[in-house]
Each structure stands twice: as C-alpha cells, then as structure tokens.
Design a protein around this ligand. Structure first.
Ligand code: ADP
Ligand code: MG
Ligand code: MG
Length: 199
C-alpha cells in the first residue's frame, strides 16, 4: 500500500515540474505538428508557478489546491484549465485528511478524471490527455502506481494512430493521424512523477 502524505504530494509536484522542464521542447515540438507549438512552454510556465507558489505547510489537499490555482491562473491554453480542474477536483475529494491511503488516492484521481471530462467534454478515443488518464486509472484499480504509469505511456503511444476530435488538433481532421497527442504525453509524465513520488 502507498501512502500519499504532504511529503509525497510535494515530491510529486516537484518531480512533475522537473519532468515538464526536461521534456518542454519535445512537448512543444509535438504541439507544433498538430496544434500551435505551445504545450511545452505552457506547461513549463505553469509548473514553475506551481513550485513557486507551494505553501510551506499543508495537507495533500491544500498542496494540490495551491497547484491547481497556479495552473489555472498562469496557463492560458486548454491544458491549464484542464490540469487545474483535475488537481482541484482531486484536492476537493479528500479535504481533511493528513495522509491519503491508496484507495483515497485512487478516488481522488477518479474525481480528477471526472473533472477533465466535465471541463473538456471529450471522450476516450478523441486523441486527448484522456487517452493516457483512463488506462492509467484502470491499471491503478488492480495494480501499482508503476503499472498506472506504464499504462499511461501506452495509452499516450496509442494516440498516434487516432484522429483528433477535440482541441486544436481536431481542426486538422485526417492530418492529425500519425502524431502523438501532446497532452497525453504530458499526462504520461504526470503518472510517472506520481509513481516515483510513491516509490
Ligand atoms: P492549446 O491547445 O490551447 O494551445 P495546449 O497546447 O497547452 O493548449 O494543450 C493541448 C492539449 O490539451 C492537447 O494535446 C490535448 O491533450 C488537451 N486537450 C485539448 N482539448 C481537450 C479537451 N476538450 N479535453 C481533454 N483534453 C484536451
Ligand atoms: Mg497548444
Ligand atoms: Mg495555445
């Protein structure tokens, strides 16, 4: 069983910020192919703001809420409100707990996923970040955070063959096929950061 306490929440956010920085160019290049070439810079700006705003104290919910607010206020693109909503829903689902159990974390991530759908109105198969999130959460029901990260990456890889139905990439129609969805790649990084923080 994996405990998600303040130290793990902080470590997760720091690791995610580091991974976004390390992959910012790659994310922007992916977005250049089927979007407007800003996903890496959007996420890097957002996650730098998240780390800068992190309060010195607070339970996992408070830390994730702070991160959500930073993303929503600093990222203008689709990804800021989407990731911000996801983190805010996760935070709001477990407000009073000093430490989350594996089951609390799973419930929080399902709440985050419901927020992504409510906000973006996309479905699995539309070639969005949902195509990394849904397989990750399915894997987490039976397996470990590492299994979730592996499933997120496989889900992201599978977006290459998909036709985009939501977001800017959908404007390209058939020409969106053959390229990875950038938001699914940043979501795979998120589940990898989470697995590392829980290891
Ligand atoms: P923008 O498209 O506004 O420039 P970004 O480039 O930062 O924003 O983010 C693009 C990513 O956001 C896409 O790769 C996709 O994964 C995700 N995305 C876009 N629209 C939606 C949506 N309606 N639902 C879920 N994810 C979406
Ligand atoms: Mg973009
Ligand atoms: Mg943009």
């Amino acid at each position: 069983t994996h405990t998600f306490g303040p130290a793990q929440a902080r470590d997760f956010l720091q690791r995610y910020a580091d991974k976004i920085s390390a992959h910012a160019q790659e994310l922007t290049d992916l977005d250049a192919a089927i979007g407007d070439a800003d996903h890496g810079s959007n996420m890097q700006r957002g996650m730098q703001a998240v780390v800068a705003a992190l309060p010195a104290e607070g339970n996992p919910s408070a830390l994730l809420k702070s991160a959500a607010m930073a993303l929503i206020s600093k990222v203008g693109g689709a990804s800021g409100p989407l990731y911000g909503t996801a983190l805010l829903r996760a935070a709001s689902s477990q407000t009073d707990k000093a430490e989350w159990t594996s089951e609390d974390l799973r419930a929080a991530l399902e709440a985050a996923y419901a927020g992504l759908i409510e906000r973006g109105k996309a479905q699995v198969g539309d070639k969005t970040m949902l195509d990394a999130w849904r397989p990750a959460l399915d894997a987490l029901q039976k397996g470990t955070p590492e299994a979730a990260a592996t499933a997120a990456r496989a889900g992201s890889d599978a977006t290459k063959a998909m036709l985009a139905k939501k977001g800017r990439a959908s404007y390209l129609g058939e020409r969106s096929v053959g390229h990875l969805d950038p938001g699914s790649v940043s979501s795979a990084l998120l589940f990898e950061a989470l697995a590392e923080a829980l290891a």
